[in-house]
Write a protein that binds this ligand. Structure first.
Ligand code: 3HC
Length: 293
């Protein structure tokens, strides 16, 4: 089966980026949200991102028009029934994901590949919400933020994933213009397994007074050539998301390096969720482009 039509579940930060990338790569794409308002918000993020590419000259106005024509929004799950692959990017709630996959399993054609963009939940657990035939066609496709820019996709297989389906998913990631890496269903896959302890360590270093917020970030940017320092990256990913992923990884591996530090927990409780809430380690409220610690 050749993948022609792509379904995306969720039009938030990740879902809107995935839908944009799929439509840009030439696939007919339908993205589903639960209500009109978040759908409109997602489409406005897509418009902003496409405008950046047009400004830069990497996309012509005509190409943008073609992308718009290939991309459709919906609030109905039924409209994903004839997709060749469905990529789920809804909130990180296992029960909700399982319910959605269960419903999709009953309406999608037998060949449809199911994929989840989860960063830390178990693909295997989600897979068990579907029929035995679908379980062989169930994979993880983990994208990175901002999806239109970041080149990597982790292609995740479970114990039951069919070899042909897996190879098709790898080729699909390439057709999206991404570089796939192969990994198996272990919490955090490759990137978060290595990234999360690093981010948590940066917060511990701050707690211990090793350096200021700016000095810790500057050290890693200029000392290691990272595009963002770890505390800026925490704000970018979202402190709530970082905390949530750390909790899941700690529960899975019971290793200290994954334990969320007290400062992170308190910041999340206090509503300091990073860039999206206006404040995290930095304050974005006055000038989002030049946040102050
Ligand atoms: N759409 C289109 N273009 C975009 C864009 C978007 N959404 N976001 C940024 N850009 C473009 C900008 O227009 C700019 O283009 P130019 O260089 O031609 O002017 C270019 O990207 C760089 O953007 P900025 O000048 O605004 O800022 P930076 O130079 O700092 O780059 C960044 C931004 C690409 C986000 C860079 O800082 C970066 O790579 N940061 C690290 C991001 C990262 O690590 N992401 C992974 C997070 S972990 C994750 O997602 C996993 C999850 O499970 C937690």
């Amino acid at each position: 089966m050749e993948i022609k039509k792509v379904g995306v579940l969720g039009c938030g930060l990740m879902g809107s980026g995935i839908a944009q990338v799929a439509a840009t790569a030439g696939f007919e794409t339908v993205v589903r949200e639960v209500a009109e308002e978040p759908l409109a918000k997602g489409f406005s993020a897509i418009e902003n991102s496409l405008a950046k590419f047009v400004e830069k000259g990497t996309l012509t106005a005509e190409q943008r028009e073609e992308i718009r024509k290939r991309l459709r929004g919906t609030t109905s799950l039924e409209e994903l029934s004839d997709c060749d692959i469905v990529i789920e990017a809804i909130i990180e709630n296992l029960e909700l994901k399982c319910d959605t996959f269960r419903h999709l399993d009953s309406i999608c054609k037998p060949e449809t590949i199911f994929a989840s963009n989860t960063s830390s939940l178990s693909i295997t657990e989600m897979m068990t919400a579907t029929s035995p035939e679908r379980q062989r066609r169930f994979i993880g496709l983990h994208f990175f933020n901002p999806v239109p820019i970041m080149k990597l996709v982790e292609v995740v297989r479970t114990i039951l994933t069919d070899d042909d389906v897996y190879e098709q998913a790898v080729r699909f990631a390439e057709r999206l213009g991404k570089i796939p890496v192969r990994t198996s269903d272990r919490t955090g896959f490759i990137v978060n397994r290595l990234l999360v302890p690093y981010l948590l360590d940066a917060i511990r270093a701050l707690e211990e007074g090793v350096g200021s917020i700016v000095d810790i970030d500057t050290a890693m940017r200029l000392g290691c050539g990272h595009p963002m320092g770890p505390l800026t990256l925490c704000d970018f990913v979202g402190l709530d998301t970082t905390y949530y992923i750390a909790e899941i990884m700690f529960n899975e591996f019971r290793e200290k390096r994954f334990a969320p530090p007290p400062l992170l927990k308190r910041m999340v409780k206090a509503g300091l969720h990073g860039r999206k809430s206006g404040r995290g380690f930095y304050d974005y409220t006055k000038d989002p482009k030049n946040p102050v610690p």
